[in-house]
Design a protein around this ligand. Structure first.
Ligand code: FES
Length: 161
């Protein structure tokens, strides 16, 4: 690529620049990779959203309590506590607790769940999601930041109280 006046860049010089550029990219990748290994990764955890639901003795056995703002039900069974999402896993309508039927009912397409959130009838593809629940001191605390999907109810999902 010689200019007509003889002062342009020669092909050899141009190839040399190409090699320098390629070497610079490789060195940059090596330095970047090394730094990435040396610096600890900062894991961005989703901040926990804690619902302090009340004192444990305020939840009576057989009672299902709705926390409307958080769309969470707390069911105290004979064996323990279960925190259930009020969001229907079909198309995300809010279910309601119907005490005489001992069931959660979805107003949108007729999905029905038992008191443990398992599907009894209708289109929902899985049980109601649950949330992690703990008893801290004598307070019931629900982590509403992450709904946990499940295929069925298991006793291990209960917090024994
Ligand atoms: S959204 Fe609940 S059954 Fe369809």
């Amino acid at each position: 690529m010689m200019a007509q006046n003889g002062k342009g860049i020669s092909r050899r010089t141009l190839i040399g620049y190409g090699w320098i550029g390629a070497a610079a990219i490789v060195v940059g990748e090596l330095i970047g990779g090394t730094l990435a290994l040396l610096w600890p990764k900062v894991r961005k955890e989703k901040a926990k959203k804690l619902l302090v639901a009340g004192k444990i003795d305020e939840f009576k056995v057989g009672q299902v309590v709705l926390f409307r703002k958080e769309k969470v039900f707390i069911n105290r069974t004979e064996e323990g506590l279960l925190a259930l999402s009020a969001i229907c896993p079909h198309l995300r309508c809010v279910v309601r607790w119907t005490e005489p039927k001992n069931a959660f009912e979805c107003p949108c397409h007729g999905g029905v769940f038992n008191d443990l959130g398992e599907v009894v009838s209708g289109p929902p593809p899985r049980p109601l999601d649950i949330y992690e629940v703990k008893v801290a001191g004598n307070k019931v605390v629900v982590d509403t930041s992450k709904a946990i999907q499940r295929k069925e109810f298991r006793r291990s999902q209960l917090i024994l109280v």
